[in-house]
Design a protein around this ligand. Structure first.
Ligand code: BES
Ligand code: MN
Ligand code: ZN
Length: 546
């Protein structure tokens, strides 16, 4: 099988202002909130409640409906409303974006064999609309490329019932949300493809194909793609990528995307860098079997960065993006790189290898060096970098570290808007001493201190960003979901960070269009520079609700 980026996009919902009691859809989905005394119908379902009349409350009571977030009840209507099936989904005490996304995701999976579905969930604000679309499309996604049976058929039409169906704000929000969801689904699909099929060359080819798809749209000519193969990498001196990839039958790659918004002078410029290890066996420092099981997900950062870049171009955001996706497979054979080896990184720094399983930082070092050269206003890297981050924050929350409080705050705000849980962590100054201690090279890759290994890894990356404002997202936890489906998250790749990157680009664009009074246009001129890590531990940051 060959890799393909064309994700099954499910059904893109449309907006309608029809009555949920009169619509002839096969299924109507309505919300229930957990009221003070008992569950109550949520806004949007008034007509349904009216059609049931006095029978509505007893029905909720008989079904044991509580309105708890995520609860689902499938009810045959027997003709009380025009649709034969009513699905009641719990929204908790309030129809927040978070609860709506969860409810819509659960609802998407509880609809079987319907040709048409109408969603009569609370949809009064653009934020609620985005949450419904995101939950429905992401929650309804499943990866079936490798299953031999027929693919599940999504409903042909999904309409969101809302009084604001015809407003420009809602139509634009729907369009924008669909572009973001498409990018998340494309990322999930790439992560889910088996690693024997998504080798570095196949991954690079998939991005070339995705670029060709984009080239067919009006946004097309604004993005260029360059693929460096193993020969070009050798010429460039990308010893990190070549070293890590040396034991694989499939040679490494470095894919670079450049998006230049049209007709804008001197737009803000972000560099995005994503870890693209298509499979991480650990190399000679081989992983135990249990830890290797899900290591096809180790390219999730690169997939997210590429998909976000394509989406930013589709949205036409006035931000310049330079994206770098280093790709290698970390394997074992006679050509493998070894502990004790010294690798020459792009730009001339040398690294002494101590643990071939700390490979991500090596391919990122080359890519960060490339990113520094394009002189961006800020660099963001996204990587499934360390198991330490999973131990610290679990599998739902990613960690963000960096050298600029202003940038980290901006990334945290973007993650909040994107609904992706992200938490700040420090890079203690002692990491810089440890980098240079006890090594024959410029820096040591890893010093075998287990505690705080995710922070050491971030300190290592910082060495390669040449003091530019930089934020590092360690997504080792939330990039891949091994359990059952819940809300918009289903088993497999999650697409984590795509929405955050797009929101970040949007906020950088908005900020440069209207700089706040007295502030530098890039917003972080004052706070960039050496770590300032104590200042990152502000109550403001830690009061954040995830
Ligand atoms: N790809 C792994 C990190 C990872 C762990 C991703 C769990 C997703 C889930 C990374 O390359 C790795 O092996 N990191 C080592 C670093 C160590 C050797 C310093 C780790 O976490 O043990
Ligand atoms: Mn590893
Ligand atoms: Zn790895």
């Amino acid at each position: 099988m060959t890799a393909t980026i064309s994700a099954p996009s499910g059904t893109r919902p449309t907006l309608r202002s029809a009555s949920p009691a009169k619509t002839r859809s096969d299924v109507v989905v309505a919300g229930v909130v957990s009221g003070a005394k008992q569950a109550e119908a949520a806004p949007g379902s008034e007509d349904i409640v009216a059609a049931y009349g006095r029978k509505f409350r007893p029905m909720l009571a008989a079904l044991g409906v509580t309105g708890k977030a995520g609860e689902v009840n499938v009810v045959p209507t027997g003709g009380t409303i025009a649709a034969p099936v009513l699905i009641l989904v719990g929204l908790g005490s309030e129809a927040t974006a978070r609860n709506l996304r969860k409810a819509a995701g659960n609802a998407a999976r509880s609809v079987k064999n319907a040709t048409s579905v109408a969603l009569a969930l609370p949809c009064e604000s653009a934020e609620q609309l985005a949450a419904i679309v995101t939950g429905w499309r992401l929650g309804g996604y499943s990866f079936h490329t490798y299953k031999s049976g027929p693919a599940p058929e999504p409903p042909a039409t999904v309409s969101i019932l809302t009084a604001s169906a015809r407003t420009t704000e809602f139509q634009e929000t729907l369009e924008r949300t669909n572009v973001i969801v498409d990018a998340v689904l494309a990322t999930r699909e790439l992560v889910n493809i088996p690693p024997g099929d998504l080798t570095p060359p196949a991954f690079a080819d998939a991005l070339v194909a995705a670029h060709a798809d984009l080239a067919a749209t009006p946004a097309g000519s604004a993005v260029t793609i360059t693929v460096h193969d193993e020969h070009s990498l050798a010429e460039l001196g990308c010893g990190g990528i070549l070293g890590v990839g040396s034991a694989s039958a499939a040679p490494p790659r470095l894919v670079e995307l450049s998006y230049q918004p049209e007709g804008i002078d001197d737009p803000p410029h972000l560099a995005l860098v994503g870890k693209g290890i298509t499979f991480d066996s650990g190399g000679l420092t081989i992983k135990p079997a249990g830890s290797m099981r899900t290591m096809k997900c180790d390219m999730a950062g690169a997939a997210a960065v590429a998909s976000a870049t394509f989406a930013i171009a589709r949205l036409g955001l006035p931000v310049r993006i330079s994206a770098f996706m280093p790709m290698a497979e970390n394997m074992v054979d006679g050509a493998a790189f070894r502990p004790g080896d010294v690798l020459g990184i792009y730009g001339g720094h040398t690294v002494e290898i101590t643990n071939t399983d700390a490979e991500g930082r090596l391919i990122l070092a080359d890519a960060l060096g490339r990113a520094v050269e394009v002189e961006p206003d800020a660099i963001i890297d996204v990587a499934t970098l360390t198991g330490h981050m999973v131990m610290a924050l679990g599998d739902l929350v990613a960690g963000v570290m960096g050298n600029s409080d202003g940038l980290i705050d901006q990334v945290l705000d973007a993650a909040q808007r994107a609904g992706e849980p992200l938490w700040p962590l420090p890079i203690p100054e002692e990491m810089y001493d440890r980098l240079k201690a006890n090594t024959v090279a410029d820096v040591i890759q890893h010093d075998w201190v287990r505690y705080g290994g995710g922070l050491f890894a971030a300190g290592f990356l910082e060495y390669f960003v040449a003091g530019l404002p930089w934020a590092h997202l360690d997504i080792a936890g939330p990039a891949f979901h091994s359990g059952g489906a819940n809300g918009h998250i289903v088993a497999g790749g999650t697409g984590y960070s795509v929405a955050t990157l797009i929101e970040l680009a949007q906020s950088v664009a908005d900020e440069s269009a209207a700089p706040a009074a007295g502030e530098e246009p890039d917003g972080n001129a004052e706070s960039s520079g050496p770590t300032g890590w104590l200042r990152q531990l502000t109550p403001r940051s830690f009061m954040r609700r995830l």
